[in-house]
Design a protein around this ligand. Structure first.
Ligand code: EPU
Length: 418
C-alpha cells in the first residue's frame, strides 16, 4: 500500500489544470449502456481509479471499452451479462448507476447491494422506490438487488431527499420508459445537467435538469454520441483550499467558478482573494485566514465533498468556526487525524467546532475516505515538518496525478511504497 510523504510549509505557486469531473464521468459511463447503436465517446474523463473500476464493470457486462488519453469509447453492443457483481460494487458504490440503464434497456438487472460505507449508511431506497413507481419489480436477496420490467412506464416521482445518484439512475431509466416521467425534488448538481446533456445528445427528451423538477419524455431508442465531461468542481475546490492554506498563489485553469459559488463565498469571507483569469480563476492568500461557519447542503449549497478540505483550512484560521455536516451522518472521520496534527476540533452530532491554532505539526495520519484524505493533504501542505498519509488508495479513487500537480506548484511531496 502506498503512502504519501509531505514536507509542509511551502507557499504553493503556479498553475494547475483541472481534470474532468469524476462524478459526472461515472454516470456518463453508465448511460452509455442505453445506446443501441453507434459508440459513445466521452472526452475529458479523469484518469482515476473509480473510472477504471466503472470501465471494468462495463467490460464484465460485455461492452467494448477503449481508453485513449482522456477519452473513452464505449460500444455497448448487446450486453452478455446483466449483473454488477459484489467484488466491483464493494469497491465502488457508484456501480449502482448501472441499475437504471440495464432495467430500462434490457428489462432485467442484478446489482450487488452497495451496503454502508465510511461516511454513512447511504441507503438506496429512493432509487428503488422510483424504479418501482415506473413498474419495475424489485427483489432483494443474497445481497443482490434484482429488477425486472417488461418495459418501464413513466411516473411522477418525488424524492424525499434530492439524492444525486438517485436522480441520475431515475433520469437514465426514464429516457426509455413508455410515456412521461417527472422527478420532483430532484438533485440540481451540475453533474445532473451534464448527464442530461449527454442523454439529449443520445436522443433523449429532457427538460428542467438543473432545477428541482425534471421532466422526461420516454423514447424507444437511444444511440451513441460524443460528449465532453464538465470540469471537476471538487478537485477545483481542493486546489483552492491548497492555495489558501499555504498562503500561496495558484491559477486554477480549465474549470468553472460558477459551479462553486457557495465555496467561493466562504473562501472569500475567510480572507482568500479570488479573481477570474483565463479559463479559470486565481486563488491567493497572505496572512492568516479568518474562521467562518459552514453548513453543507445539496447543490447549490456548500458541497459535503468540500467540507473536510475546508475544515483543514479552518484548523489554522484565526478565531472559531462551526462546521455543520447535513448531508452524511458520519463524515467527520478526518477530525481525529487533524487533531493528531495539533488541530483543536470538537464534534457534537452533526457539528464540529474548530478553534483555529497558529500552526499544525506534521504527523503520521491515515486516510479513511476520499475527501477526508484530501483534507489531510491540505493540512499536511501547511503543517510544520513531515506528514505521512497512509492508505492513499482512497485519494487515487478521485484525484488524478495528485503528487505531480502538487510538485509543480512547489510542494515537497512524494509517494512511497510501504
Ligand atoms: N439518501 C437516502 N436514500 C437514497 C439515496 C440517498 O436516504 O436512496 C440520502 C443519503 O444517505 C445522504 C443523502 O441522501 O444522506 C445524499 O446522498 P446522495 O444520494 O445524494 O449521495 P450519492 O448520490 O450516493 C453523490 C456523490 C458523492 C457526494 C454525494 C453528495 C457520486 C458518484 N457520488 O453520492 O461523492 O458526496 O452525491 O453530494 O456522484 C465523493 O466524490 O467523494 C462522493 C462521496
Amino acid at each position: 500500500m502506498d503512502k504519501l510523504l509531505i514536507d509542509g510549509g511551502v507557499a504553493l505557486k503556479g498553475s494547475v489544470l483541472i481534470d474532468g469531473a469524476k462524478n459526472a464521468a461515472l454516470p456518463a459511463l453508465a448511460a452509455s449502456l442505453l445506446a443501441e447503436d453507434r459508440e459513445v465517446l466521452l472526452q475529458n474523463v479523469p484518469s482515476v481509479v473509480d473510472i477504471r473500476t466503472m470501465c471494468r464493470l462495463l467490460g464484465v457486462m460485455g461492452a467494448t471499452v477503449e481508453a485513449e488519453g482522456t477519452s473513452i469509447r464505449i460500444l455497448p453492443g448487446d450486453l452478455t451479462s446483466l449483473e454488477a457483481p459484489y467484488d466491483l460494487v464493494r469497491t465502488m458504490r457508484a456501480s449502482i448507476l448501472t441499475l437504471g440503464p440495464m432495467l430500462a434497456r434490457y428489462g432485467y438487472a442484478k446489482v450487488s447491494s452497495p451496503g454502508g460505507c465510511a461516511i454513512g449508511e447511504r441507503p438506496i431506497d429512493l432509487h428503488l422506490a422510483g424504479l418501482k413507481a415506473m413498474g419495475a419489480r424489485i427483489d432483494l436477496h443474497e445481497g443482490y438487488i434484482e429488477g425486472r420490467a417488461d418495459r418501464l412506464v413513466g411516473a411522477e416521482i418525488y424524492l424525499d431527499t434530492p439524492s444525486v445518484t438517485g436522480t441520475e439512475n431515475l433520469l437514465m431509466a426514464a429516457t426509455l420508459a413508455e410515456g412521461n416521467t417527472i422527478i420532483e425534488n430532484a438533485a440540481m448538481e451540475p453533474e445532473i445537467s451534464d448527464l442530461a446533456a449527454l442523454l439529449k445528445a443520445m436522443g433523449a427528451s429532457i427538460e428542467g435538469e438543473g432545477t428541482e423538477r425534471i421532466e422526461i419524455k420516454g423514447t424507444t431508442r437511444l444511440v451513441g454520441a460524443t460528449h465532453r465531461i464538465i470540469p471537476d468542481r471538487i478537485e477545483t475546490a481542493t486546489y483552492a483550499a491548497v492555495a489558501a492554506i499555504s498562503q500561496g498563489d495558484i491559477l486554477i485553469e480549465g474549470t468553472d467558478k460558477e459551479m462553486l459559488s457557495s465555496v467561493i463565498r466562504k473562501m472569500t469571507a475567510a480572507g482568500t482573494s479570488i479573481t477570474p483569469e483565463g479559463s479559470g480563476f486565481r486563488v491567493s492568500s497572505t496572512g492568516r485566514l479568518r474562521g467562518v461557519d459552514v453548513t453543507t447542503a445539496p447543490y447549490p449549497g456548500f458541497p459535503t465533498d468540500v467540507q473536510a478540505q475546508f475544515m483543514a483550512m479552518m484548523a489554522l484560521a484565526q478565531g472559531t468556526s462551526v462546521i455543520r455536516e447535513m448531508v452524511f451522518e458520519n463524515r467527520f472521520m478526518h477530525v481525529a487525524e487533524l487533531r493528531r496534527m495539533g488541530a483543536d476540533i470538537r464534534t457534537e452530532g452533526a457539528s464540529a467546532v474548530v478553534r483555529g491554532v497558529p500552526s499544525l505539526e506534521g504527523a503520521p495520519v491515515m486516510a479513511t475516505d476520499l475527501r477526508a484524505s484530501a483534507s489531510l493533504v491540505v493540512a499536511g501542505l501547511a503543517a510544520r515538518g513531515r506528514t505521512t498519509i497512509s492508505r492513499i488508495y482512497h485519494l487515487d479513487r478521485g484525484y488524478s496525478r495528485l503528487e505531480e500537480k502538487l510538485s509543480r506548484l512547489g510542494a515537497r511531496v512524494r509517494r512511497v511504497k510501504s
